[in-house]
Ligand binder design. Structure first.
Ligand SMILES: Nc1ncnc2c1ncn2[C@@H]1O[C@H](COP(=O)(O)OP(=O)(O)O)[C@@H](O)[C@H]1O
Ligand SMILES: [Mg+2]
Length: 1037
């Protein structure tokens, strides 16, 4: 076969890195959450991405190849995805292989090194393109298969040698995926003058056919899966490198060509949003992303160099990965990057970042040369790059010094060795295949679909123990798995599982403590998070789709059993049945973090750190000052069980800490020194002040100049009572005289433009749980009314469960604005309860930002003042006094203007009356006064007016009193109503769900109705009062 005639890649210069982008179909999770596709591909080379928040914002990228694998496909009888119709632009695995895979083979046959890198966030489809799933084989198996097919068809005078190696880089450590023995600390990268960087001691297996490669990959995946579950190392953070070496020896021409093919499935490119972990005392998990970050730096430096910029240094030496890929980037290799992207709107930011990365990679230039030599020339082998362990590739390296016969001898010897290993393994594999057919077993389920279903644990007839100990019939490791963790029995066609004392076993989401019968397809979680699907006896099995029981399924089921559901997070209150995207995001975060928290707790336990971590939803039950639900967000509450210290970690801080915990835990497992100084300990933080809960004190009464005393609950993020606050809020005179009942007003807008003083008296805090839990703790209370620039805190009180606080602060609105009066009527004062712990800094606020009256009261409603302030050039220390004077003057002017207006009106009216009386005619009422039915047109006498006024006064008092009672009870009702709305049944029952949903909708409607009726009532009362006053004024005159 003439290799040169193989399909040519439809690509430009082989010196430039070739870049392809591929978009996958929606995942089930994306479909469930109603995701929108933000990617389009209008030609074989263009990819367009639309910003979901700003749909006009569209970016177009041009790459060498763009693969549309998102839609337009169907499954054929073997399960292979193919185009649904001839017009479909769908690109399946064969299409990708056709361009990229054949291009690699083409290069290899010519003697070039070739590299293929798959880049993208976790779940974007890197492994799907590289390795594939089931019948949908990826590029790596297809390349290997075609390589051997071509070899079979070669002529006599050629000798072919193929070797295969497979490694994983995790946390900068190299693990040989073809070797069962794990080297502590991993394999080392060495540098050779001729070879460049290579991995010392890496197993490089000679192969004769594709079936062997298939088995090697299966074996490698198995080792990777075991390592991932044992060490609790997420495969999404590891890089997998497969290297296939092809050597062609042309016996008749005494010529040798050699090519190394590196196939790299990179770690997920996603990064934690920097905000949270930036705020962390400890830097990002030091080595977690080092290789990927370094790869980005190398690509950027090379791209800059290619653009003509002066680049002094390419940082290959910064990480293990970049050392191994030195020849692939900027060196002797033909390199292709496949950028895998998700179509979903929620992945927009990550996808955009992947496309930008790909754009940079496209600029990188390589310098590939054919690796060939003839014995006559005795030419040194060129550019082997990281061709694996020197000793194992001896025949590859030194054969230019050997005769043909010697080459064949050595190679034959190596093959023979490999064959012997094969035989043993074949037997084991064949036996396993047989047992799968006949025995009930556990099938592992990994977060990474590529590693799911790889490990099988058979339950033989009789009884057996599963756990860490090597003596067990089922040896399995993993976080939180004990030496003897659980017993399985297989008796009379029934399988049962029994946890050993205190060992965690969860079946179908529910923790079990006693013998439990297993049914085909039951979900079993052992320890903190090792998930298995139980496959029953052959008689129980049908044609089920096992893919349905993926990692998500396990976690959702577990969450549901723990009472976490979308409804609990507030999705039930959405109006149109559509799930609120922010609730959905919180729910997904919750599900994602739940197993991680379980793992972190396990590590804490084993490392004796005594921390207990709990997942919480911030603002789960909190509303803003108007009663609307606040934006929710997942957080982790951390408690030291010995010292009772508490911390609240943000999601990103937790994820960062978890990386660091894993590093520490790994050292512990490797029996290395796992001691760290306190300041470097991911399980430690300095003590901090903790937000315990909030109370809402509705301010409506204040708008009516009514004093009120309340006992309100501080609710924590779960909506449970943390303590009870006793507070008095009272209107008062500027000198602090509290107003009595008789000073109550009926229309809040009577206060418009007037000075309004009031006192907030934090009296007491009752039954503080925080203090009950630990007597050494303290509390502080903080609140911020209307437009105050800072929160005011009460003085700290320590070690008292029912602390008497007795702090009174007087506030003054010098010129009450409409907005302020509206605020009082519709908002609540949010009072926060803060928990102090021994050694933490107490809360205080800077009084400098407040404007203070002459009497020393804090001025609120300062918008007007601020306006004056903005235009004023007066130095700040004199300002407040000056503003107050200006305001006072303004107020007086306004008052004079009003008097003037009233006098003028009176004048006009008197004149008219005089004229009318003079001419003996009736006076007409001014047209804008209220017409009361039955009112005589005759003017009443002075005595009658007096009488009417007295009656009117007492009526008004009654009326005001009634209203006061009404408004006050409305306040209580409102508080109760809010609590009722947050009240959900403890069980998440499928049957109840529609009912609960409907009920919460009805509650919301009722709430809206009540609110609007209240508003209407208040406005109507105010209007009536106003008109009545005008009328009284009129008849008095
Ligand atoms: N082109 C594709 N066609 C169909 N399914 C795909 C495609 N790409 C990815 N998937 C599916 O998406 C999921 C995640 O893909 P995977 O390759 O494991 O992502 P990654 O390796 O980037 O984390 C898998 O279930 C896989 O089957
Ligand atoms: Mg993957």
């Amino acid at each position: 076969m003439d290799n040169m005639k193989m399909m040519k890649m439809p690509l430009p210069s082989s010196d430039r890195v070739t870049v392809a982008v591929r978009v996958r179909p929606f995942s089930q999770r994306e479909k469930n959450s109603g995701s929108k596709c933000v990617i389009s591909m209008h030609s074989r080379t263009t990819t367009t991405i639309q910003d979901p928040k700003n749909p006009e914002h569209v970016k177009t990228f041009t790459f060498d190849l763009a693969y549309w694998s998102h839609s337009g496909f169907q499954k054929d009888k073997d399960g292979v995805l193919i185009s649904a119709d001839p017009t479909s632009k769908f690109a399946g695995q064969r299409d990708v292989f056709h361009d990229i895979g054949r291009g690699i083979l083409d290069s290899a046959w010519q003697g070039y090194n070739a590299t293929l890198l798959a880049y993208g966030q976790t779940g974007s489809g890197k492994s799907y393109s590289m390795i594939g799933f089931g019948a949908n084989k990826g590029i790596i198996p297809s390349v290997c298969e075609e390589l051997f097919q071509a070899i079979e068809n070669q002529g006599r005078n050629q000798e072919y040698q193929v070797t295969f190696s497979m490694l994983e880089i995790y946390n900068e450590q190299i693990r040989d995926l073809l070797s069962r023995t794990k080297k502590p600390g991993g394999l080392k990268v060495r540098e050779d003058q001729q070879l460049g960087f290579y991995v010392e001691g890496l197993k490089t297996v000679p192969c004769e056919n594709y079936a062997q490669i298939e088995k090697l990959m299966e074996q490698g995946t198995k080792i990777r899966t075991t390592a991932s579950t044992n060490m609790n190392a997420s495969s999404s953070r590891s890089h997998m490198v497969i290297t296939v070496q092809l050597k062609q020896v042309f016996l008749d021409k005494a010529l040798t060509k050699q090519s190394s093919i590196h196939l790299v499935d990179l770690a997920g490119s996603e990064r934690q949003k920097s905000s949270g972990s930036e705020g962390d005392r400890l830097k990002e998990g030091s080595r977690v992303n080092l290789s990927l970050t370094s790869l980005g730096n190398v690509i950027s430096a090379l791209a800059d160099a290619a653009m003509g910029k002066k680049v002094l240094h390419i940082p290959y030496r910064d990480s293990v990965l970049t050392k191994l890929l030195q020849s692939a980037l900027g060196g002797n290799s033909r390199t292709t990057l496949i950028a895998a992207i998700s179509p979903a709107d929620i992945c927009y930011e990550e996808t955009l970042s992947t496309l930008r990365y790909a754009e940079r990679a496209k600029k990188v230039r390589n310098n590939a040369v054919v690796n060939t030599w003839s014995r006559a020339e005795n030419k040194t082998l060129l550019g082997c790059g990281n061709s694996g362990a020197a000793e194992q590739s001896a025949c590859f390296l030194a054969d230019h010094q050997m005769g043909t016969y010697a080459i064949q001898e050595t190679w034959a010897h190596l093959l023979e060795q490999a064959r012997r290993e094969w035989e043993q393994q074949y037997a084991a594999i064949a036996q396993e295949r047989q047992m799968v057919k006949t025995l009930p077993h556990l099938l592992n389920v990994n977060e990474d679909p590529q590693l799911t279903g790889v490990l099988k644990y058979f339950i033989h007839t009789g009884s057996c123990v599963a756990g860490r100990a090597a003596s067990n019939a089922i040896t399995l490791q993993g976080l939180g798995i004990s030496d003897k963790h659980a017993s399985f029995t297989n008796v009379d066609g029934k399988v049962t599982v029994t946890p050993h004392s205190k060992c965690k076993v969860i079946v179908n989401g529910v923790p079990i403590t006693s013998r439990t019968k297993l049914q085909h397809l039951d979900r079993v979680i052992l320890g903190s998070n090792s998930a298995y699907l139980y496959i029953g006896f052959p008689s129980e099995r049908g044609n089920e789709d096992l893919n349905r029981f993926d990692y998500d399924f396990f976690q959702l089921e577990r969450a549901a059993a723990e009472g976490v559901s979308m409804d609990k997070l507030g999705a039930g209150s959405s109006r149109d049945g559509q799930v609120d995207p922010s609730v959905l995001a919180v729910f997904q975060d919750y599900i994602k973090l739940m197993p991680l928290v379980a793992e972190a707790n396990q590590m804490s336990e084993e490392l004796k750190k005594e921390l207990k971590m709990e997942l919480k939803v911030k603002n789960l039950a909190s509303s803003d000052s108007r009663g609307y639900e606040l934006q929710k967000e997942v957080m982790v509450k951390v408690t030291n069980q010995r010292t009772h210290e508490v911390w609240i970690w943000s999601k990103s801080k937790f994820i960062n800490r978890k990386f660091l915990m894993e590093e520490l835990y790994q050292r512990f497992l490797d029996r290395e020194d796992s001691h760290v100084a306190q300041e470097d300990d991911p399980f430690w933080d300095p003590v901090e002040v903790i937000h315990l809960g909030s109370a809402h004190v509705w301010l409506q009464s204040l708008a009516y100049c009514m004093k009120f005393e309340e006992q309100v609950e501080f609710l924590n993020c779960d909506g449970l009572e943390e303590a009870v606050l006793h507070v008095h809020i009272a209107p008062c005179s500027p000198t602090g005289q509290v107003y009595g009942e008789e000073d109550m007003i009926i229309d809040p807008f009577e206060l418009l433009g007037k000075r309004m003083d009031f006192q907030i008296h934090i009296v007491q805090c009752l039954g503080v749980k925080w203090l009950k839990e630990d007597a050494k703790r303290g509390i502080q209370i903080g609140y911020r009314i209307y437009d105050l620039p800072n929160t005011l805190y009460t003085k700290p009180i320590w070690k008292i469960v029912n602390p008497q606080i007795e702090e009174i602060v007087q506030f003054a609105a010098l010129n009450a604005s409409q907005e302020f009066l509206n605020y009082l009527q519709t908002n609540a004062l949010i009072v926060d309860l803060w928990g102090l712990q021994e050694g933490c800094a107490e809360l205080s606020c800077s009084q400098l930002d407040f404007i203070v009256t002459g009497e020393g009261h804090i001025v609120v409603d300062t918008k007007k003042i601020s306006n004056v302030k903005d235009t004023s050039q007066t130095p700040s220390n004199q300002t407040s006094e000056l503003y107050l004077k200006v305001l006072k003057l303004e107020q007086e002017t306004e008052l004079l203007r009003n008097i003037n207006r009233a006098l003028r009106e009176e004048n006009v009216f008197l004149k008219e009356s005089l004229e009318k009386i003079g001419s003996g005619q009736q006076a007409h009422k001014p047209s804008n006064t209220l017409k009361v039915t039955g009112m005589t047109s005759q003017l009443p006498s002075a005595r009658e007016i007096n009488q009417m006024c007295t009656q009117q006064d007492s009526c008004d008092k009654e009326f005001a009193k009634a209203l006061k009672v009404f408004y006050q009870s409305m306040n209580t009702a409102r508080g109760q109503f809010l609590r009722l709305r947050q009240y959900k049944p403890p069980e998440d029952d499928q049957m109840l769900r529609p009912f609960v949903h409907q009920q919460s909708q009805m509650l919301k409607d009722l709430g809206d109705l009540l609110e609007s009726s209240m508003w209407k009532l208040k406005n109507d009362v105010a209007l009536i009062v106003k008109k009545k006053r005008e009328y009284l004024l009129y008849i008095k005159q």
